[in-house]
Design a protein around this ligand. Structure first.
Ligand code: R5P
Length: 277
C-alpha cells in the first residue's frame, strides 16, 4: 500500500489495536438541521477531543470546525438527494478530490446503494473515486446505505453490499449492525465499522450495539445520533471509546457513562475571589 494512503488510514483506524472511533456529523447533507445538530459547531466542539476522526461535509467543516484543531477528517463527497425528495439513492460525487486535498482530509466518504434504483451509478462512482483517491494516497470509506428500505438490514444484504464495496476498492466500509454480523465482517476483506442508526431508547442499548459489533469483528464505529442526541454526549462518546479501544464490557462502559454523567451534574461552580457570595 502506498505510504500516504497507509499513513492516512492509520489516523482513522489506530494501528495499535486496529480500531477507531469516528464521529459522524454529516447528517445535514440529506436530512437538513437534524435534531441536536442544528448548530453543528456547538454539537461538535465538546466531542472533538474524544473522537479519533470526524466525518462530515465540506460545508460544515469550513464553517463549524476550527482549522487549527488536529482531528483527522473523513470528508463526505457524495450527495444530491434529500429526505423529502423522490429517491435517496440518486447521489453523485459532489465534492472534488482537489477540494478534499485542500481541506487536508484523511479519507473520502461516499454512499453506495446496492439493490436500489441508482445502484449502478453509485458503484461506478465508487470505482472512480477509488481510482482518483489512490492517485493522491487518499483512502475511500464506502457507506452502505439502505435508505428507506430498512427491511434489507440483514447479514445477507449487508454482507453483499460490504463485499461489493471492498471489491470496488473501498479501503474501509461502514454498514449497520445486524444479527450474524460476524458473517458480514468475515466476507469483507477490508475493515468494517458500524453506524449507530437512529437514536436508540437508552444509552445502554447503544453501548450494547457497540459491544456486539466489536465482538463480531467490527473495527470500530462511525457513530452520530446515539452520541450527540444523548443528553450526555461527552460521557457517551467516552463510554463508546472504552468499548472500542479498551475492550470494556457493556456493564463497565455503562457504569463509566453513569459516573461521568453524575460527575458532570455535581461539578461545583467556581467562585472567584471578586464574586460576592
Ligand atoms: C448516513 O449515511 C450518514 O452518513 C451518517 O454518518 C451515518 O448514518 C452514521 O450516523 P448515525 O450513527 O447517526 O447513524
Amino acid at each position: 500500500m502506498d505510504w500516504g494512503l497507509k499513513n492516512r488510514l492509520a489516523r482513522i483506524i489506530k494501528p495499535h489495536d486496529k480500531r477507531g472511533v469516528m464521529l459522524a456529523v454529516d447528517h445535514g447533507y440529506f436530512l437538513g438541521p437534524t435534531e441536536r445538530l442544528e448548530e453543528p459547531r456547538k454539537t461538535i466542539a465538546p466531542l472533538l477531543p474524544h473522537a479519533d476522526s470526524l466525518m462530515l461535509t465540506r460545508g460544515v467543516l469550513r464553517t463549524s470546525v476550527d482549522a487549527r484543531y488536529p482531528v483527522p477528517v473523513v470528508l463526505r463527497v457524495s450527495g444530491g438527494s434529500s429526505i423529502i425528495g423522490k429517491d435517496l439513492s440518486n447521489e453523485k460525487i459532489t465534492t472534488s478530490v482537489k477540494d478534499a486535498i485542500k481541506l487536508n482530509v484523511s479519507a473520502l466518504a461516499m454512499s453506495i446503494f446496492v439493490g436500489a434504483p441508482h445502484e449502478h451509478e453509485s458503484l461506478v462512482s465508487l470505482g472512480n473515486l477509488v481510482n482518483e483517491g489512490e492517485e493522491y494516497g487518499i483512502p475511500v470509506l464506502a457507506v452502505t446505505a439502505v435508505g428507506k428500505e430498512l427491511e434489507k438490514r440483514d447479514a445477507r444484504y449487508l454482507g453483499l453490499a460490504c463485499r461489493i464495496a471492498a471489491e470496488f476498492g473501498a479501503h474501509l466500509v461502514k454498514t449497520y449492525y445486524c444479527e450474524n454480523f460476524e458473517k458480514v465482517v468475515k466476507a469483507c476483506p477490508v475493515p468494517v465499522i458500524i453506524a449507530g442508526g437512529p437514536k436508540l431508547a437508552t444509552e445502554l442499548d447503544a453501548l450494547k450495539l457497540t459491544f456486539d459489533a466489536i465482538q463480531a469483528g467490527a473495527s470500530g464505529v462511525d457513530m452520530g445520533r446515539n452520541i450527540w442526541q444523548s443528553d450526555n454526549p461527552v460521557p457517551m462518546i467516552k463510554a463508546v471509546k472504552a468499548i472500542v479501544h479498551q475492550n470494556a464490557t457493556v456493564k463497565e462502559a455503562h457504569e463509566m457513562f453513569n459516573m461521568l454523567k453524575g460527575a458532570k451534574k455535581t461539578v461545583k461552580p467556581v467562585i472567584r475571589s471578586n464574586q460576592k457570595s
